[in-house]
Each structure stands twice: as C-alpha cells, then as structure tokens.
Design a protein. Structure first.
Lengths: 210, 210
C-alpha cells in the first residue's frame, strides 16, 4: 500500500469516514469536494489533497461516489477486517470500552477483559468475561488477539506492555498515563492521554480569557 | 500572554509537564535539554524551540531548573487554578472520569454528573451526585462550572452543547462521536474521538503487515 503517508493525513481519515457514513445513511449517492468541504469545515483543496494520497477516488465534474469512497476509506483504515481486542484493566474505563457497541460495528470485537481485582474476576461485561491477569499468557496463546487496550494504572503499564509484546501482540491502545517503553518497531502504539487533552482544554480556556 | 502559539506546540506541553513531574518526584533539580531529549525521545532543538515560544526558561550551560519549569508550564496550561467540571452522561465513561482522582490533583474538580436514566439519578460516584439532566440549568446558575464533559450518545450531544453554551459554559470536553456544531468562538471544544483513535491504530496495523 501507500508508503510515507503522514500520520497527520491518516489522522484525518476517520473523520472522512464518519461524514461519509452520515451521508450514506441520508441516502446521498455522490458528493463534490466543495459540498464535503462545507460539511466538514475544511477546504476543498485539503480534501482533494488528502484523498489524492490514496489514489484520488474522485472524477472531475462528478465528484465522489459516496459508497465507493466510504468503502475505500474503510479498507485503508483496515475496517474491512475484524480485529480482536482485549482490555487490560476492567475498571470503569475498561468496562466503558467493552460496553461500547459501536466499536463492534467497526470490526473491533472485545474478546476478553483482564484484571487483578479478585472481586470482579469471573464476572462479565456485556457477556465478555473478566479474567485474572495471570491468565493473560494462556489466553493469548489460545486466541487470536490483535489489539490490547491498557486501561490500568501507569505503574504496571510498562510491565504489561512488555508481556504483550512477548506474546506477539502487535498493537497497543494505551490509556495509561505514561509513554510506553516499547522498543519493538513492529508494535503499533496509539496513546489516549486524557489528562493531556484536559490540559489542552484548560490552556485554551486561559488563553480565551485574555 | 503569548498569542499565535500553534496548537501543535500546546499539544506537546502536557507531555513536558508529565516528564518534569516525574523528575521532580525523583528529586532531580536541574535538567539539560539534551537529557530531556533522551528521556522524551524528541530532539533537544525541538525542546528548546518549544520552550522558547513561552520565553525560554533555560540558562546556557545550566539547563532548566526542574521545579521552576514545571511550575511555569503548569501556569501556561492553566493548572495554577481550579476548574470545576460537570459530566453529562453518567454511564461507564462518565463514571470513569468522575472516579479518576488524578484529574482532581491537576485542579479539574468534578462537581456534578447528569443523566436521563431514572435508575441512576440521585446516586453518587465518589461522593459526587448524579443529577437529572433537567436540573442542568438550575445547577449551572447556582454553581461555577468551567468545563462540561459530554459522555453521552451523539444523538443528543449537539442539543446539550447548545444548552451549555447558552448557560455560559466556555469549555466542552467532547467524547460524543460527533463534531459539535458550536459556532461561538469563545467556546473551547476539545474532542476525544475514541473510534477515530482505534481506526488510526488499525490503519497502522494494516500498514505494518505489508
């Protein structure tokens, strides 16, 4: 596939996907970059540039076929395949992710949660079992696991990430408030640092007051 | 304060803050941009450039005073003041945010949750009451509210955001899977689109396989 596409472009693709799905649901069959531009509040030239990274998809004077573009972007984002997800840390955040049906519809299927708290081990969230963290190795050897979400305290995140990498897991969705020390370049790490996002918000509050 | 600082720079500041706190906790008193560079895995010149946006803070041949830099970045990020937070949507995600003590220690104090589900209205999360969403107006008129976190389904997010803006709330931390239609430029919106983050992850998984 396309090499050397910047992560900034990639980061914008899910938003296109979201808007195209809305258009599809509204029964819209084609859309011009100008129309998409008004909807998404980005310039039409940005849209054309972004999509040209992946080969274009548009036709002069016709615009974009909504379903085709939606499906192509889905393929680019790997949404044409199923990804099995495990969640390490079955507290509120872990349970929120397990409960969020929309991830399923995008092909991200939670297959297990793990925790160290004996009070919740053995319980289920939306029919998905909470395992003891000790069972991580056995579980991963017997099931296909594509992504591990870390929703646990930062103290044990690095150690757990290391265990996951040794188990051959190629993608970590990290919510722990730490930059994981994963040296293996074949492992993809995507961070969701909620405190960072809150600080960004508070910076802009202070700036706006001035 | 500094005008025209790019959001990309601002987005990196919480990470500096995080590393400086770790250094402080380890008793480190000063740090050079080269040392910080190794720790944070960004170039020393990037660090100097970033910090120069806010006036520098460093001294040739001495480096940075860790506590001073930590406190200054805290001020830049507005962490020297308390921000009262309300959470709209007291499901798992809302409760996860309310339960997360670290936000408190950064000065983000959750003062109320709101929901439409009669089964949870009146209950408490970490001592913080879940109110009926109908009480939003009265609550906001009688309490100082700085930030509203939207952890509710996207269908009602736009409408709720509008109510919040009319109530004078200046900052929205949006977890709903939609770009809010907030036209008022004095309102700061920070989005956390978890599905987008998961799609970014899956893009990189697919790319790595090739």
């Amino acid at each position: 596939m396309e090499k050397g596409i910047s992560q900034a472009v990639v980061r914008r693709m899910p938003r296109y996907y979201r808007y195209l799905r809305d258009l599809l649901e509204q029964g819209v069959e084609r859309v011009s970059s100008n129309e998409l531009s008004k909807l998404m509040k980005v310039t039409a030239s940005q849209i054309r540039q972004d999509l040209n990274n992946f080969g274009g998809f548009g036709q002069q004077g016709y615009g974009y076929n909504v379903r085709f573009l939606y499906e192509e972007i889905g393929k680019i984002l790997g949404l044409d395949q199923t990804h099995n997800l495990i969640i390490i840390g079955a507290g509120n955040l872990g349970q929120a992710i397990a409960n969020y049906g929309r991830f399923d519809s995008l092909g991200f299927v939670t297959v297990a949660l793990f925790d160290v708290n004996p009070e919740i081990i053995g319980k289920e969230v939306r029919g998905i079992k909470i395992h003891a963290l000790d069972e991580l190795e056995v579980f991963c050897q017997n099931h296909k696991v594509d992504i591990a979400a870390l929703t646990m305290p930062k103290q044990s995140a690095d150690n757990t990430a290391q265990r996951l990498v040794e188990l051959g897991i190629r993608a970590i969705w990290n919510f722990a408030h730490v930059d994981l020390d994963v040296d293996d370049e074949s492992v993809v790490v995507e961070n969701v640092h909620l405190s960072d996002s809150l600080m960004q918000l508070s910076y802009n509050i202070v700036k706006n007051k001035q």
